[in-house]
Design a protein around this ligand. Structure first.
Ligand code: DUC
Ligand code: ZN
Ligand code: ZN
Length: 486
């Protein structure tokens, strides 16, 4: 029998359902065997005392992305995916972001070019639709989805990105026709602009007012509205970055009513509060993201929503901007909260933060850590069984964790190009000390061993998550809508 290329020996292997003492063997790029006392491999890794977990899948990251106001975020595909790899993430889904007037096909082509040049882990793209014209929806979208970009993001706020309800329905209908999932940034735009004007009129410009300018009720309202729009045509949706208890409750109710609504949250909403924005001068800008950080009571509600299955994934929403004139301070040295880019770096820190809280501190168990950070995002976004789990035949994307290693985040040690981390000073226990991508060791001894451009594009068909429920709304149900075909 041909020897395995690599055997990871004597570790504790965990999936989203099981934890076992086992050796894991790799042949070529895939997992070939899981068992006890496997025959020797050409190379061996001693994993005694370590955890052998699937590489993370981060399904929400902005990489080398141009904002609507023309600001480029701080990371390239190379720096972002290297940061991901150091943090145990081996698959990143980032965005191909259309702005008004742009051809969607050209946008997607451009992001492919950037990723092909730089990515060190495997990647896929969600398409952001800011200008869903008839040409975009009828001509450009279908072949792009067929080519493996089976998820679309839309915004209900931001002046240059937001879609009104009618446009939102256009996108939801196009997604349904082409078997794609729709992800939504759902906040009430009117409430945000009204509150922002009111704050600024009173001279309240500091970063902390960003938190007040995005009313928590605006999240629940927009969730309710987009869920109603999606229900009208029976189109599955994913609600991004849930930040409030009320928002989580809306999702819980909708799922209880049989709506196909998925939802995520992010570490910043689980571990930080709006008090983090309240720092001297402009320092709080480093903690500005949208939706903003909320209250400690929201953290508890979000953990509960994860535990109950109302939220299925924890992504980073990596959106790095340097704390200088290229990023957070692009509008000058005295910007109001309205002029500061929203977003935090997070690709590297996501898994260690969650591992520390869920596994080291015993908040949850290892299978749920794997489920929320790897298996469920892979399933929802059409990457499973190739990614997100440990199974024979799956890509050998593995993170070997030292559960005792303690690391303190600092601005000078963190990878990525933002130049700071919002987690500075925070100590985590548990770190991915070796990381394999398709059988190749790409992180070892704190060094990266992958060439820029060695990450591969993952074409994703619209999976089970994108399938409608089959339960038509009364307006679309021909048995009760006067036999009207809509
Ligand atoms: N929404 C995101 O999803 N990411 C960064 C900023 C934002 O508003
Ligand atoms: Zn968003
Ligand atoms: Zn985002």
């Amino acid at each position: 029998m041909q020897a395995f290329d690599l055997v990871i020996r004597g570790g504790t292997v965990a999936t989203a359902t099981d934890v076992m003492q086992a050796d894991l063997a790799i042949s070529g790029e895939t997992i070939a065997a899981i068992g006890c006392d496997l025959p020797a491999g050409q190379r061996e890794i001693d994993a005694r005392g370590k955890l052998v977990l699937p590489g993370g899948v981060d399904s929400h990251a902005h990489v080398e992305q141009l904002s609507a106001s023309g600001l480029m975020n701080a990371d390239t595909f190379e720096s972002a995916t290297a940061a991901a790899a150091f943090g145990g993430t081996t698959t990143v889904i980032s965005f191909a972001a259309q702005h008004v007037g742009m051809s969607l096909s050209k946008v997607v082509e451009n992001y492919h070019r950037l990723a092909e040049r730089g990515a060190v882990v495997d990647y896929a793209f969600h398409m952001i639709l800011a200008d869903p014209t008839e040409t975009v929806l009828k001509q450009e979208l279908p072949p792009l989805i067929k080519d493996g970009h089976s998820s679309l993001k839309v915004f209900m706020t931001y002046d240059r990105l937001k879609l009104d309800d009618e446009r939102l329905l256009d996108v939801l209908a196009a997604a349904r026709e082409n078997h794609a999932l729709v992800m939504v940034h759902a906040e009430n735009h009117g409430m945000i602009t009204w509150m922002s004007k009111r704050l600024l009129a009173r001279g309240l410009r500091a970063p902390k007012y960003h938190a007040l300018s995005h009313p928590r009720g605006g999240e629940a309202e927009a969730f309710t509205r987009v869920i109603a729009c999606a229900a009208l045509i029976d189109q599955p949706i994913m609600i991004y970055h849930v930040s409030t208890a009320e928002g989580a409750a809306v999702i819980r109710r909708a799922r209880g009513e049989g709506r196909k609504v998925f939802a995520e949250t992010c570490p910043q909403y689980l571990f930080m509060t709006k008090a983090d924005l309240d720092r001297p001068g402009l320092e709080g800008a480093k903690w500005m993201c949208s939706p903003p950080l909320r209250e400690a009571s929201d953290q508890a509600a979000l953990w509960q929503a994860l535990a109950l299955g109302d939220l299925q994934t924890v992504s980073s929403d990596h959106a790095p901007y340097a704390f200088d004139e290229t990023g957070k301070l692009a509008a000058g040295s005295d910007p109001s909260f309205k002029q500061i880019a929203n977003g935090l770096p997070g690709l590297e820190a996501r898994l260690p933060l969650l591992f520390s809280a869920m596994v080291s501190e015993g908040g949850f168990d290892l299978p749920r850590f794997v489920a929320w950070t790897a298996t469920q995002p892979a399933k929802i976004y059409g990457l499973h069984p190739r990614k997100g789990s440990i199974a024979i035949g799956a890509d050998a994307d593995i993170a070997i964790w030292d559960p005792r290693k303690r690391v303190t985040f600092g601005d000078d040690t963190v990878r990525g190009r933002a130049g700071y981390t919002p987690w500075t000073g925070r100590t985590v226990q548990g770190w991915p000390v070796s990381v394999l991508r398709r059988g190749e060791v790409i992180v070892e001894d704190s060094r990266l061993g992958a060439a820029p451009g060695s990450g591969r594009f993952l074409a994703r068909p619209g999976g089970v998550a994108a399938e409608p429920t089959g339960r038509a709304s009364p307006e679309f149900d021909q048995r009760i809508n006067f036999q009207t075909r809509l």
